[in-house]
Design a protein around this ligand. Structure first.
Ligand SMILES: [Fe+2]
Ligand SMILES: [Fe+2]
Length: 408
């Protein structure tokens, strides 16, 4: 059985099933290990790890540890509570319509970021005029439909990670600002910081950046320097707000002080950098990387919720989750009526997404696929479903339908 435990309860003989460390880079860690030596606990602590998952079938048990299934139920309950808080009215152009517009914005974003990378690698200062023009368009796109741009940025080749990641983090931050009606000037600062938070990676050798295997200690130390490099590059731009510069420097700081480069704690970390950290981690864990496949978006939300206990500002993380929607596009859900489907759109009510139903427990034989807008019915989501149980990769299915749409 998989159980969740605090690391102080670990001892030799226990098998760690998941280090639960995606909030920080896990470059130096294997995913699973049998604890042979008590020293490993200090090593885990140095990564900021507070809780891990153990497998009691492969190692010793800890009796009063919480089974994973119960921990997940608690998290899901918390997520539903977040979604049911007072409704936020958001305008929503149908996804299909916005995808066609957002495709051009994505192309422009690729150009802007590639130009910036080229200039920086030639030692020129960062130019922001093009980026501000792009941000104005991205802002309009996420205001019309919060999902289109982020979904498009998910369609990427593995070596395009840093490029598309910048667009995604920018789009998540803009969506957050739109959702909470952040004043325009502040929105621009946060967006430009988000878009260029990893620009310092330009100075990291590709052999480290795209290394498929585990990084050696020295390589990892160099990788961590990208935050300092980002700050250097951002400082070279003439009209950059202080908050945006700080997002480059401090997006790997963690609320509990376990981050880098300065080990800042709590509100020593500026709000923009805290927000950037949350969007950064959410995109990182839900994206495919050169060394592993990304987790589903629901699992990503569960992890953010779980880690907000220690590693992020809890209130800000909960707000971020609400801005994405507790049933993000691509999540597989079960309805009260026994129907199963994949979320394909959002409505003004976070609890009532549009669901593409592909299975009905009551109907025998083949079930015709149909879209159901839950804000127009009495039916409701009762739980998340594991897409693997239904033999689907819901996000892949969804991405394929986007590609089909855009090549029409
Ligand atoms: Fe980073
Ligand atoms: Fe990042």
């Amino acid at each position: 059985m998989i159980k969740k435990v605090r690391i102080e309860y670990l001892k030799p003989g226990i098998f760690v099933h998941d280090f639960n460390c995606g909030f920080n880079s896990s470059y130096l860690l294997a995913n699973q290990a049998l604890i042979k030596d008590i020293k490993i606990i200090d090593h885990l602590r140095s990564f900021g790890i507070k809780e891990v998952y153990i497998d009691t079938d492969k190692g010793d048990d800890i009796n009063d540890a919480e089974p994973e299934i119960e921990a997940k139920q608690g998290t899901d309950k918390g997520l539903r509570r977040l979604a049911s808080e007072e409704p936020v009215s958001i305008r929503n152009v149908p996804l299909k319509e916005e995808l066609l517009v957002a495709q051009n914005i994505k192309n422009q974003a690729v150009n802007v970021i590639q130009n910036a990378i080229k200039n920086v690698s030639e030692g020129k200062p960062l130019e922001t005029a093009e980026a501000y023009d792009l941000i104005a368009k991205m802002e309009k796109s996420v205001t019309r439909n919060r999902d289109a741009l982020v979904l498009l940025a998910r369609i990427r080749k593995k070596d395009e990670y840093t490029l598309m990641h910048s667009i995604s983090v920018g789009a998540y931050v803009l969506n957050f600002c739109n959702f909470y009606k952040v004043p325009h000037k502040r929105t621009l600062s946060l967006a430009i910081g988000a878009l260029f938070h990893d620009i310092g990676k330009t100075k990291i050798p590709l052999s480290i950046l795209n290394k498929p295997g585990k990084l050696e200690e020295a390589e990892f130390a160099e990788m961590k320097r990208h935050a300092l490099y980002s700050a250097e590059v951002l400082q070279s731009a003439t009209d950059l707000p202080e908050e945006a510069y700080d997002m480059g420097l401090h997006h790997h700081e963690r609320y509990d002080g376990s981050g880098y480069p300065h080990g800042l704690k709590g509100d020593e970390i500026k709000t923009g950098s805290q927000l950037c950290a949350i969007a950064d981690v959410f995109d990182a864990i839900t994206s495919d990387r050169c060394y592993r496949n990304g987790m589903g978006r629901v699992e990503g939300l569960r992890k953010l919720y779980e880690w907000s206990e220690h590693h992020f500002n809890k209130d800000l993380t909960h707000k971020f989750i609400r801005s994405i929607g507790v049933y993000p596009i691509g999540s597989c859900v079960r309805l009260d009526s026994g129907r199963i489907g994949v979320v394909v759109g959002s409505t003004e009510n976070l609890m009532q997404p549009v669901v593409r139903i592909f299975h009905d427990e009551k109907s025998k034989g083949t079930f015709p696929v149909q879209d159901l807008d839950l804000s127009l019915t009495d039916d409701q989501v009762v739980s998340y479903e594991d897409p693997e149980k239904w033999n689907i990769n819901s996000m892949n299915l969804f991405e394929k339908s986007i590609s089909d749409l855009l090549t029409l």
